[in-house]
Design a protein around this ligand. Sequence first.
Ligand SMILES: [Zn+2]
Length: 337
Amino acid sequence: MTDITRYHRQTLFHPIGEVGQEKLANKHVLLIGCGALGSSAAEMLARAGIGELTLIDRDYVELTNLQRQHLFTEEDVKNKIPKVIAAVNKLQVINSEITINSVVMDATADNLADYIKKADLIIDATDNFDTRFVINDLAHKYRVPWIFGACVGSSGMTFTIIPGQTPCLNCLLKVTPVFGATCDAIGVIGPAVQMVVTHQVTEAIKILIDDTKHIRSQLIIFDLWNNHYQSIDVSRSKQANCTSCGELPTFPSLSYQNQTKSEVLCGRDTVQIRGKQYSLGDLASMLSKYGEVQTNAFLVSVVIDSMRLVFFHDGRTFVHGTSSIEEAKKLYYQVIG
Ligand SMILES: [Zn+2]
């Protein structure tokens, strides 16, 4: 039984109240990505008492994450804990009265639909547009609202997308240049992340308690360092013939196999290879001849020729230390045989 004293200040806030709090307790939010945006949004939503959260992420915690990614610690870095597992471990002690699901997975058109169907709302906390277009199509196919968010440097942008009402990401990109659409490596500061999350979570709460008249219809763009704030009316950018949200949608991100076998991870000096699934135990013994093998329940890692290979239980491998797919594959096949 939930002790609502926990939510006293939030229920005193008139637009939410006890009725809104009750609604939040019965809602399920899906967070796709559990890096800077995802971990902060998850913490805020857990504290706010959303009944069920599902976190999906493909990555594990690294030292460069700690500067801006909430919930993670040096201990998580040391043990190479997958981000969703590290996040859930913290979230469960922040709020033990809600349900939190963690999924270590690379979100794709093939595996995301089942999660989206079950959610009341999606928070975009990804770092790439391929995944965002998949989210955009699935969200419209299954009529689930989603909140786009992106940040780079000291800038951020966010937009609330409600199927059947607002323009979608596809429409938006036709009229507005959206940053982060290319692989940029200019860094990011923590406050820019928090500013995006603040907008995303506020919109999420409005949607979850059905306060439709307060939902923001403008695209927000800001640059904290250069003191620019913009709120842009994009309502007229909705295209009747949009392939994702138009009258006859074809959902292009879902209709063909756009899942590449290998890809360079943006700004990471890392290549991801999707291959055969091996048991982590077998991998650990096979890799031991190359050097010290580090292993946990989710992954096995080893350093070879100054490149670090990290094998995940779902058949994916990260090759750190290169941005060349050729070079990464060469080492991968040399090791796997
Ligand atoms: Zn559209």
